[in-house]
Design a protein around this ligand. Structure first.
Ligand code: BTN
Length: 246
């Protein structure tokens, strides 16, 4: 997979959606700086230049946004495990990458529609690479970075992009051969399954219960005191000091 590096762009997701046919399936769009980076649920994604990886992959051969997110999430985990061995990153549904109780990376999947039908998905990935503790403290939720995890190391966004492109291609090929195996790996990395959590839904209401499963579509199944609820989007809240080991 080729990496296309842009100096400055509004958002790599916007770029990949705009140039979908040119970049789909084999070009990872990367930017050194985004002027209007987007996060999930209408939030902004702010990344100081040089401190983050901001990339997007347009995929024309995925069945849904959840599937694109699974490919992206698994690839980010591989990249992080290779870059900082010894840490235990995991996925927090749908596709945040966490280390202990702090967010290391986020993924935003956006569909490309043609004639009202889903013709592809762009998975945008933001990884905190060289963020300092002060940068991380300015983010509205608990965040970490590769540099915070391994302060003695120097991280090059360019090199990490190439490794991420490699892992993305590998998971995408695997998905093409055996979709269920990829989704099973994705479920396996979602360490919150079986745990008691609180979800804030798209309308802002908070609901607590046990995260019992990820269903066949990729949605989260929550068993609450008043019955089963299925979430297709939302924010899973974890307590400060959360440990993925339980
Ligand atoms: C989230 O956790 O809210 C998702 C964040 C996704 C950020 C990335 S950075 C590259 C790509 N371009 C964007 O505008 N957003 C995604």
């Amino acid at each position: 997979m080729r990496v296309l590096v842009l100096d400055t762009v509004d958002s790599t997701n916007t770029y990949a959606l705009r140039h979908f046919d040119e970049v789909a399936d084999n070009v990872l769009v990367a930017a050194r700086e985004q002027t209007s980076g987007r996060g999930r649920l209408g939030r902004k994604w702010v990344a100081p230049p040089g401190a983050s990886l901001t990339v997007s992959l347009a995929m024309s051969r995925v069945a849904s946004g959840f599937h694109a997110g699974a490919i992206a999430g698994l690839a980010v985990l591989d990249m992080v495990r290779e870059a900082v061995p010894g840490f235990d990153p995991y996925l927090k549904w749908p596709n945040d990458v966490y280390c202990a109780d702090a967010k290391l990376a986020g993924i935003l999947c956006e569909g490309r529609l043609e004639g009202g039908k889903l013709a592809g998905v762009v998975a945008g990935i933001g990884v905190n690479v060289n963020l300092s503790p002060a940068d991380a403290a300015r983010i509205g939720q608990k965040a970490t970075s590769l540099k915070i995890l391994a302060p003695e190391r120097e991280f090059s966004p360019g090199q990490l992009e190439r490794r991420l492109a490699f892992f993305l291609e590998r998971w995408y090929i695997k998905y093409g051969c055996n979709r269920e195996a990829v989704l099973a790996s994705w479920r396996g990395e979602n360490r919150l399954i079986g745990r008691d959590i609180t979800v804030v839904g798209p309308s802002g209401e908070a609901l607590s219960g046990r995260f019992s499963a990820i269903d066949a579509d990729g949605a989260m199944v929550l068993e609450t005191a008043s019955g089963r609820r299925v979430f297709r989007c939302g924010d899973v809240k974890i307590a400060k000091g959360f440990s993925p080991q339980g």
